[in-house]
Design a protein around this ligand. Sequence first.
Ligand SMILES: CCCCCCCCCC(=O)SCCNC(=O)CCNC(=O)[C@H](O)C(C)(C)COP(=O)(O)OP(=O)(O)OC[C@H]1O[C@@H](n2cnc3c(N)ncnc32)[C@H](O)[C@@H]1OP(=O)(O)O
Length: 242
Amino acid sequence: MLRSCAARLRTLRVLRRQPGDARLPGSQPGSGKLRSFSFEDVTEKDQALPKPSWSKDLRLLFDKFMKKCEDGSWKRLPSYKTSYTTSTIQDIRAFFSGSIPLKEELMSQARLFTRSFEDGLGFEYVMFYNDDEKRVVCICQGGLYLQGPPGFLHGGALATLIDITLGTNAMVAGGPVMTANLDISFKRPVPLCSVVVINSQLDKVEGRKFFVSCNVRSVDEQTLHTEGTGLFIKLEPGKSLI
Ligand SMILES: CCCCCCCCCC(=O)SCCNC(=O)CCNC(=O)[C@H](O)C(C)(C)COP(=O)(O)OP(=O)(O)OC[C@H]1O[C@@H](n2cnc3c(N)ncnc32)[C@H](O)[C@@H]1OP(=O)(O)O
């Protein structure tokens, strides 16, 4: 989660174009300042760009959303495997008030779960964000190592994709969050290696609570595979997680 958290914070920095700014994403100027809370020192290949392992459907959808980005209404969210420097890890620890149990040498080896497979065998996905509509769309393809029932995507893999999509939606709206609740209704199985679209919407914000919902459809939109809702809680700087 922490790696996911930090990667998404860095994604937000790109999204909001605040180079060198130590503010938390979503916070107002002058509030939520953190010492050196920056991920600028992480330089890695952006994973949310076309690869040879992508199917034609994923490539076509990617091109379609990139077109939507041209007028600025949609933005592509970069995504990284992440590997952090010692100072960055210290800053993440400071944010969580020292409550991260993992030793530093192990933290530097940890990787973002959804970006830990070989290209094409696990999660291939790109997210796009529309600020006006408070929507995040994730176009994704679950590879051969994500099988559940023979020939179909594992429900837990789809739940993961839903979690990161809804979580990203909450996070671009409000800053760092954690999943408190996920409710998923599986309606039709997703064929392995097929492409689906997760369409999420920020429904409501109540204090630190962000309520987000989504549906998952096939590329041709004819099949409704899944519906889901999630509750995400905005994290408070300095508050211990444990
Ligand atoms: C950080 C970047 C993340 C990027 C996107 C997410 C993708 C990755 C998602 C993950 O994998 S996260 C890992 C799975 N989630 C967890 O491990 C979370 C475990 N739970 C916690 O650590 C805490 O419960 C949590 C941080 C979610 C909330 O603890 P807090 O102490 O900050 O909140 P608090 O208990 O004060 O509750 C705040 C409000 O939320 C409500 N709430 C908290 N948990 C709830 C829950 N489970 N269901 C319903 N409501 C809940 C709570 O009632 C209260 O409502 P009110 O303000 O109206 O009083």
